[in-house]
Design a protein around this ligand. Structure first.
Ligand SMILES: [Zn+2]
Length: 363
């Protein structure tokens, strides 16, 4: 792919940006979505730029975790809301649409991570959100809350039991989205055999490691360069996880150059200053990640949102995300320092880099 085409593609994407639908009132219907799908981001350009331009490029996206609200496909109940309640489901569908449209207007695509009961309710009610997002170039993936699908002591279960239930959840995602290949998952973080289970279920890309009990991420796991962990972790022994295994089946995408262990949960803390302060911290972390980016390696930065999170002022829903993309991300895209890439596109760029630089340590 000729990388000089990329600015033209981005201009085309920006000009396709549609006006955002107000979310002031939850409605029972999904608003009409652009039918002319913008072209997907040409990721070969990202891999090429990273490997051959001599200039460090940071691949960037925003991931979304759709949580297990209500009774899951395996019969466990969890969460504060319930997707089986149509107004709740529709409100979250609306929120997901608005956020993805904001990201699209900036030329980006997200990795949307779902699980039951969101997927099963979408199938039962004929909701096409996940299929629509996939058609518009977003990656559809798995967010796996182990206790919501495997019960109270998931770490005591076998790889086969994990694999079977992961496959069950993936099948629901495939049915709800029409996407046949699901590669990325988040979750299952304290199960030492999670990588064997995920490989068995056909997954090969992972990130967002956070200790669900402490809501913290060890600083050993942060940074900008992906690697293939030699194994999982129980949250105490980090040695296999932090060790690179060139033959490892799973590519791990660290979140970036964060300097706090609670970066994944501080968004929920009003004491930390609320949404504005959180996005200020994201900006500092993005700049730190750019400084840490290596022209000879694949570099990534991403953060996570949940449906409805950062909704803010109803007059300008999700204004804090729009502002961050406009003021912080867009200039870096324009200068070529940052490129949008979904998680699987980041992993593909890493795999291409591995082929091109077999003797270089990934991190
Ligand atoms: Zn979650």
């Amino acid at each position: 792919m000729n990388r000089f085409l990329l600015p033209l593609v981005l201009i085309a994407l920006v000009s396709l940006a549609c006006s955002l639908t107000s979310t002031a009132t939850p409605t029972a219907e999904i608003p009409p979505v652009e039918t002319a799908a913008p072209p997907p981001i040409p990721i070969e350009a990202a891999a090429e730029a990273t490997v051959s331009s001599g200039k460090a490029v940071l691949l960037f996206t925003i991931g979304m975790h759709i949580e297990p609200m209500g009774e899951t496909a395996q019969g466990y109940k969890s969460g504060k809301g319930d997707y089986h309640q149509p107004p709740f489901f529709q409100r979250q569908v609306q929120d997901i649409l608005v956020v993805t449209q904001i990201v699209e207007a900036h030329g980006g695509r997200m990795t949307i991570q779902a699980q039951s009961p969101f997927t099963s309710v979408a199938i039962e009610s004929g909701n096409t959100l996940l299929a629509d997002l996939a058609a518009r170039g977003h990656e559809i993936a798995l967010h796996f809350h182990e206790d919501a699908h495997l019960g109270k002591k998931p770490e005591s279960l076998s790889v086969q039991q994990w694999c079977a239930v992961m496959k069950q959840e993936i099948a629901l995602i495939q049915q709800a989205s029409g996407v046949s290949i699901i590669r990325y998952w988040s979750g299952g973080n304290l199960y030492v055999d999670v990588y064997e289970a995920a490989e068995c279920a056909g997954l090969d890309v992972n990130s967002d490691w956070k200790n669900p009990r402490l809501q913290e991420t060890p600083l050993e796991f942060v940074g900008v360069n992906p690697w293939r962990p030699a194994g999982g972790t129980d949250g105490v022994d980090l040695s296999a996880f932090t060790q690179h295994d060139p033959n490892g089946a799973i590519i791990f995408l660290p979140e970036g150059q964060y300097d706090k262990t609670n970066f994944a949960s501080m968004r929920r803390s009003n004491a930390a200053g609320g949404d504005e302060a959180y996005f200020e911290y994201l900006k500092q972390s993005l700049y730190a990640s750019l400084a840490a980016a290596d022209a000879g390696k694949v570099n990534v930065f991403h953060f996570t949102v949940h449906p409805g999170e950062f909704r803010g002022d109803p007059q300008t829903p999700f204004g804090v995300i729009e502002k961050f993309l406009t003021e912080v991300v867009d200039p870096l895209i324009a200068s070529g320092q940052v490129q949008w890439a979904t998680f699987s596109q980041m992993a593909d760029a890493f795999a291409a880099w591995e082929q091109a630089s077999p003797s270089v340590a990934p991190r």
